[in-house]
Each structure stands twice: as structure tokens, then as C-alpha cells.
Design a protein around this ligand. Structure first.
Ligand SMILES: [Zn+2]
Length: 372
């Protein structure tokens, strides 16, 4: 492999891990998008004259950037009296958005006010805002962003604190006692360069995911439109529930336990990765496994059993499809699985069960794919 190939591979591996991180359900607010976009922005802005991206950032820099990102979001959305600040949290408003919206109300009531004007007109209040946002970032998203399932995997940055961080230490540091708190966010080797390299891919992706999340949280028309244009029709797959249960001898495809009342039809290759409704891509799973798998790629173990089924039960699957007037596309579905799994670099988190994940291993995945 050439150096350029290796760099490209490293960037793709990072992109995969970021996709997994964004798919994760652990965050109720939109902070993961804000922090990721802020990291991306800072890596670009702080690239040196010699073209070298930064190796470390500070929580202060991140806080100012996050305020800047959320600033337009705190303008009332909609027309006339029904205009309001969009929610960015499952219940109530996200704390960061609330802080910025309150600052705006008090110090920049004109909705077209730019952040720099508001900052110049109310410097002390702005300083309080940035400190408040900095503390919130230190307390919550920064130590939790890199947790997938139960374990923390620091693949983007190292920080010197965890979720037990004390607000008194951070307040002391903000008051000028620099030894009270280490505010550095140390990017792992080559992460800065890879983020810069991925900018054109990640930025529109994060924008879209973030907008879709806000549309969903606020019941906006865009959410309906996206589901209409690109969503999976879960109602329709219900007709395959019975036949797939029979094929699987009434056991959950993932955990192997006997299926009880809540049985769901799951897309083995997640819809978000490739929208494939063919019977070959559908498995019956209990509600628990289906809810936990979400949009994650399943582990090599699951992949092995799935490719085995694809080969050994090709005729039975085709019959199920024919009886239900459904699509059967064994060859195309196998091709999609090969393309997606064979392209995965080592170390991407794959879903095993519940909130358990295991890192991908290219050689093991290639073995699991052999039957497909
Ligand atoms: Zn199960």
C-alpha cells in the first residue's frame, strides 16, 4: 500500500466510526452533531500556514464554536405569532440551546442580530454565556461522545476528565486558576488531518442528520417528506412476519431465543446503509433485539449465519416471496452485503446484542461472507 492509500484507508475507518457514533441512541439532544461539527470547523480554521491541522483544541475554543453553530438555531422558526425556537431535545429544550436563546432574548432581541454584534454590545453577558456553554460541554457531551454501548473508545480525542468532573474545579479554572482544570482536547494522531480530509463528506452528512433530527423532534413537514421519499415501509413488511418465523423455527434471528408476542421484521443490512426490502434481507427478531440493533451493522457472527441462510435457504426464501407477492433478489442482496462488509476497515463497532458491540476484523468478515 502506498502512503496515500494508507491515509485514505485511515480516513475511511474514521468516517465509519463517526457514522456508528452518530447512529447511537445515547444522546437525547443534538449535542453530538454540534460537537462533531465544531471539531471539524476548528480543525479547518486552525490549520497552519504549512498546512498542518491542530493536534489539540481547548474546551474554550469548542464552546465559542458551539455557540456560533447554535446561534442561528435560536432564531424563532416559522411565521408570525406561531414562530418559536425549535426544540433540540426529546423532552423540553436542550440546555445549551436554552442558554443561547436566553442570551439572545435579553441582549440581542432583533432576530437578525449577528453573533459578533451581540458579543460587542454585551461582552460580559457573552462571557458568561460562553463559560456556561463550556461547562455544559465539559460535563456532558465531551466525556460521553466516544462511548459506544457500554465501553468508551477514544478514537477522536483524549481528555483529562470523565463524567465525575466537578463544577467547582471548572469554575476555578474559568476564574483564572489554570492548574485547577486541564482544558485541552488532545486529538489522536492524524485525526485532525483525517477530519480535514473528510470535510466534504462529513459536513453535508452531519447537516442532514442534524436537520432530520430537529424536524423529527418538532413534528415538521420535512420529517414526513423524508420518510415518504426514503423511509422503510414497516407496515408492509408485517405480511412476512409469519413465514419468516416459520423459516427460523420461531426463534429470534439474533439471540436465538423463542419468539414471544412482540415479533418484528428487521432489515439485516440496515435501511440507512442500503434500502433493500428483498426477502433475503429480512429476518424475524424479537422487539428487544430489533430495538437494540437500530441502524447498526451486525457482527461477523450474525453475518455468518445470515450468509449461510442466504445460500442454504435460497429456495424457501424465494417461495416466501412468491407467496406474498414480494421481491426476491438473492444475488443483489448478497452483492450489497459483500460490498458493505468487505469495505469495512478493522475496528469498526459491530452490533452483537443489547448494547454490546465488537470491533470488526476484516479477515473474519471475509470468512463470514464466503457463503454469500
Ligand atoms: Zn432476540
Amino acid at each position: 500500500m502506498t502512503t496515500a492509500d494508507r491515509a485514505a484507508d485511515g480516513a475511511l475507518a474514521l468516517a465509519e466510526r463517526i457514522f456508528v457514533m452518530l447512529d447511537r441512541g445515547g444522546f437525547v439532544a443534538t449535542y453530538k452533531y454540534a460537537v462533531l461539527l465544531a471539531l471539524l470547523d476548528l480543525c479547518l480554521e486552525l490549520t497552519s500556514r504549512r498546512g498542518e491541522p491542530p493536534t489539540s483544541l481547548t474546551t474554550r475554543q469548542l464552546a465559542e464554536k458551539v455557540v456560533q453553530l447554535y446561534w442561528p438555531h435560536t432564531m424563532p422558526y416559522g411565521a408570525g405569532r406561531s414562530a418559536l425556537v425549535l426544540r433540540q431535545n426529546n423532552a423540553g429544550q436542550a440546555k445549551l440551546v436554552g442558554l443561547i436563546a436566553r442570551f439572545r432574548e435579553r441582549h440581542a432581541p432583533d432576530p437578525s442580530a449577528s453573533l459578533s454584534r451581540a458579543r460587542a454590545e454585551a461582552p460580559e453577558a457573552f462571557e458568561r454565556l460562553v463559560r456556561g456553554v463550556e461547562w455544559k460541554l465539559i460535563e456532558m457531551p465531551l466525556p460521553r461522545l466516544q462511548v459506544v454501548g457500554r465501553k468508551e473508545d477514544r478514537f477522536l480525542y483524549q481528555i483529562g476528565w470523565d463524567t465525575a468532573v466537578q463544577s467547582s474545579a471548572v469554575r476555578a479554572y474559568q476564574a483564572g486558576e489554570r492548574d485547577q482544570f486541564d482544558n485541552r482536547i488532545l486529538l489522536l494522531p492524524s485525526v485532525g488531518a483525517q477530519l480535514v480530509r473528510l470535510n466534504g463528506l462529513l459536513r453535508p452528512f452531519i447537516h442532514r442528520e442534524w436537520a432530520a433530527k430537529v424536524a423529527d423532534l418538532n413534528g415538521l413537514e420535512e420529517a414526513r417528506l423524508e420518510r415518504f421519499l426514503f423511509g422503510a415501509d414497516r407496515q408492509r413488511t408485517a405480511v412476512l412476519r409469519g413465514p419468516l418465523r416459520d423459516l427460523q423455527e420461531d426463534r429470534c434471528f439474533y439471540c436465538g431465543e423463542r419468539l414471544q408476542r412482540r415479533v418484528e421484521v428487521d432489515h439485516f443490512i440496515p435501511w440507512a446503509r442500503y434500502p433493500d426490502d428483498a426477502v433475503e434481507n429480512l429476518v424475524a427478531a424479537d422487539g428487544r433485539c430489533n430495538a437494540a440493533k437500530r441502524d447498526f451493522l451486525a457482527s461477523g457472527g450474525h453475518l455468518g449465519r445470515w450468509t449461510e441462510r442466504l445460500a442454504a435457504q435460497a429456495a424457501a426464501l424465494a417461495t416466501i416471496a412468491a407467496d406474498a407477492g414480494w421481491e426476491s433478489r438473492a444475488t443483489a442482496t448478497g452483492g450489497v452485503a459483500r460490498a458493505i462488509y468487505a469495505g469495512l476497515p478493522d475496528g469498526v463497532d459491530l452490533w452483537v446484542a443489547g448494547n454490546r458491540f465488537e470491533p470488526s476484523r476484516h479477515d473474519a468478515l471475509m470468512r463470514a461472507l464466503r457463503a454469500a
